[in-house]
Design a protein around this ligand. Structure first.
Ligand code: SD4
Length: 329
């Protein structure tokens, strides 16, 4: 049931192009917006269904949105078949699987790790950064050392199947491999946002980022305000897609601010996409998508290209929803 989107360097433009558009799996909804009462959790992409199940176990028992989003995305981080989150993630061009994650709660507390290697659950390390330190973000060796000091489980990456793919990719991309250019991605980051029975919001976002990226590259996913933003007065938003573009417009923060000024979640996601569109001369293959939730229980999603979908879980239903989009591939 996995959907993989493969991005490659647009030959003439140097801009990413998605060469295999996402297939919407088991999509039962036709509208990318709605309104619910009570707890709700939304996650990007099809793996969000399983992640939402774990989050729902927390939410339905009156647990906190913070616990729900952490538990939820840990499912995806443990999924060895997911090629862009956690243990099954693809490496950078130098063969290192570097993981990015962030978490934020209703008190605007936040924690983040970037370029973290060999740790099973970056999201839980991000939560520990939030709860145990005076900092928001730890990166690289410092993040790893912190995780080891706190006894977080280690993993060996890349896993053998991924390593084989990497070796093949290296052979096939000799020229590009020498140049520091981004050339290939499958992309399935999980961003999850939730509101619990008390009406508190939290969110989590975790990824191995762009496959075969330059070593040290960090995308939007661990950046508070880009890959994720929560404001208890307003709501929540998270993103997926080309991190470099999302960072340029502080994407998730933009969505939340627009909702503060009266935009519906879907219109806010749309406007964030429009800003990205406006700021890029060549949109060939430049996919970005946002999901958002406001304090009244309205939710919505929008992406630049078709193919983005998200998983929704409420008291009433559990389903995949296709995001509304600006253009077809
Ligand atoms: C990144 N935004 O590292 C992530 C990639 C992604 O679905 O979302 N893939 O740029």
């Amino acid at each position: 049931m996995k959907r993989r989107n493969f991005l490659k360097l647009g030959a003439a433009t140097g801009i990413l192009s998605l060469i295999e558009p996402a297939k919407a799996a088991k999509v039962v909804a036709t509208s990318a917006s709605g309104k619910v009462k009570g707890p709700i959790v939304l996650s990007t992409w099809i793996h969000g269904l399983d992640a939402n199940k774990a989050a729902w176990e927390v939410l339905k028992n009156d647990g906190s949105a913070l616990d729900a989003v952490e538990k939820g995305v840990r499912v995806t981080e443990s999924d060895i078949t997911n090629r862009s989150v956690g243990i099954g993630g693809r490496p950078d061009r130098d063969g290192h699987v570097t993981l990015d994650a962030c978490i934020m709660d209703e008190r605007s507390r936040c924690g983040s790790v970037a370029c973290l290697e060999g740790i099973a659950h970056p999201i839980s390390v991000a939560r520990a950064v939030m709860e145990k330190t005076q900092h928001v973000m730890l990166v690289g060796d410092g993040a790893r050392q912190f995780a080891l000091d706190y006894g977080f489980d280690t993993i060996k990456t890349p896993i053998s199947e991924v390593k084989k793919d990497y070796e093949k990719w290296k052979k096939e991309n000799k020229d590009l491999f020498k140049k520091p250019e981004i050339n290939h991605e499958n992309h399935d980051t999980i961003g999850m946002i939730a509101m619990d029975a008390k009406g508190n919001f939290s969110g989590a976002c975790t990824t191995s980022g762009w496959a075969y990226k330059m070593h040290g590259r960090v995308g939007d996913s661990p950046i508070i305000g880009a890959g994720l933003f929560i404001d208890q007065e307003v709501g929540a938003a998270t993103s997926t897609g080309l991190g470099e573009a999302i960072i340029r417009v502080a994407g998730s923060h933009t969505v939340v601010e627009l909702m503060r000024h009266g935009y519906s979640p879907m219109d806010a996601c749309k406007e964030a996409c429009m800003r990205i569109i406006k700021k890029h001369d060549d949109l060939t293959g430049l996919q970005c998508g946002f999901i958002a939730l406001d304090k009244d229980g309205n939710y919505g999603a929008y992406s630049i290209y078709n193919g983005f979908n998200f998983a929704l879980r409420t008291m009433e239903e559990e389903k995949m929803v296709d995001a509304t989009f600006d253009r077809n591939w």
